[in-house]
Design a protein around this ligand. Structure first.
Ligand code: MG
Length: 431
């Protein structure tokens, strides 16, 4: 606890109409005008406050929006710019405290604990200074909430928007909660909302007033954490790992002996793709491009690349492109010794906001399927669940380089299956 701030140190920053605001910051001629982004998809991805005032919201079809507002400025999404502004916003926040969680492209949590003597100002002044700095340096406005926990701070930042700030100390928490409908609480989704409403719980205050055992039974651990946070007890830790972005991901593998078996070589490329895509998902990124390089036995080689119709981290969307590249590059009768797959044009998953309307039910189903596969592979070993074509990896004759240490057959206590490669995709060691 910071003696200056007592326990009111959790800060939430939310940029106002972020994508559209960045467009306005980049082109001052757009300030004060209704601006939307999403021209490339025909659906509005973000709307400036001027556009919102005219009833133009995210998700609206562009032709409908133009009919409503003939002066509408429509811009294509420029994710590089949004990502850059996002990093600048977080950098400004880090001048106030080192404890920053980059929650999404335009939202962050921060903890002022321990910063009281350095900032030497009450939370109201800290919030005002932060808003001033962002507006002066980036030309954007942000809304700031400060309270006892992340959940409370997130409610506060929404309270006065845009360009507002709300600080709620312990004694005023009940006043805040009484005004918040239950479905506006961070972490309470439609299913929990329905379950709570059936029991007559309509406000955040009513949820906070429930018995712990009832909350646990009804909403399980995540709901219980939300309940604790509404009551002013911290239950959701700050995740301060930085969302570093790399420019490209490359996965290659040399096999011995060299091979001319088309199915085997494709299975090698497919395996590289699988691990590159898994890495992409671990880093919460999406790729815009895929490349394949084939190396001949004489160490010369060639490659080609293709663009994805939509940025993706899904194997099922990448495999057809990989197949196309492979069919273009592979020469029957040639001998190969390596394949390399690379993914380029990487962007933060956060840039494609989760609720964007490009997400068809089929695609959302695919995203869930891949999450499940990643979970299974983390538990049972890389490729525990993998495309059937990977079985062709076993077509290669065994080579001493394929040998796995004998110890792999008996994992150490507590050792995960990650490195144990179940099922084995290389032929078993001949005994
Ligand atoms: Mg925002």
């Amino acid at each position: 606890m910071d003696s200056r701030y007592q326990d009111c140190t959790l800060l939430h920053v939310d940029a106002d109409g972020f994508f559209a605001a960045v467009e306005q910051a980049l082109d001052p001629a757009l300030r004060g005008r209704p601006v939307v982004t999403g021209a490339e998809r025909g659906i509005i991805a973000a709307a400036s406050y001027e556009a919102k005032a005219l009833g133009i919201k995210r998700g609206l079809q562009l032709h409908e929006a133009r009919a409503r507002c003939p002066d509408l400025v429509v811009r294509p999404s420029d994710y590089e710019a949004y990502s850059l502004y996002s990093q600048r916003l977080f950098a400004i926040l880090r001048r106030f405290t080192p404890h920053v969680e980059e929650y999404s492209i335009d939202e962050a949590f921060a903890d002022l604990t321990g910063c009281g003597s350095i900032l030497d100002a009450p939370p109201e002044t800290v919030a005002a200074n932060l808003r001033d700095t962002v507006s002066r340096e980036l030309g954007l406005t942000v809304s700031v909430g400060i309270s006892l926990t992340k959940t409370l701070a997130k409610l506060c930042s929404k309270f006065r928007k845009p360009n507002g700030q709300t600080i709620v100390r312990r004694e005023h928490v009940p006043l805040l909660l009484a005004r918040i409908p239950i479905d506006k609480v961070w972490g309470i989704g439609p299913a929990s909302t329905a379950r709570l409403r059936v029991r007559g719980v309509y406000t955040a205050a009513a949820l906070a007033g429930m018995e712990a055992t009832d909350v646990l039974r009804l909403l399980h651990k995540p709901g219980y954490d939300t309940w604790s946070e509404l009551r002013g007890r911290r239950a959701i830790a700050l995740d301060t790992t930085r969302r570093v972005s790399t420019d490209s991901i490359m996965k290659g593998h040399t096999f011995a002996p060299p091979s001319r078996d088309r199915d085997f070589i494709f299975s090698e490329a497919l395996r590289n793709l699988g691990s590159a895509m898994a890495k992409l998902r671990r880093h919460r990124q999406l790729a815009r491009e895929i490349g394949l390089h084939l190396r001949f036995a004489d160490y010369t080689g060639w490659g080609d690349a293709a663009g994805f119709p939509l940025p993706t981290a899904l194997d099922t969307e990448a495999i057809p492109l990989l197949r196309g590249l492979f069919d273009r590059l592979f020469i029957s009768g040639s001998t190969y010794r390596a394949t390399t797959v690379w993914l380029g044009g990487l962007m933060d998953e956060m840039c494609r906001q989760r609720d964007l309307f490009e997400e068809t039910p089929e695609r959302l189903g695919q995203i869930r399927l891949h999450e499940t596969i990643d979970t299974l592979n983390a538990r049972y070993g890389q490729c525990a669940v993998a495309p059937a074509a990977l079985l062709d990896a076993a077509r290669k004759p065994w080579h001493p380089r394929d040998a796995t240490p004998a110890r792999y057959d008996t994992p150490l206590k507590g050792e995960g299956a990650r490195h144990l490669s179940i099922p084995r995709l290389t032929p078993p060691n001949p005994v």
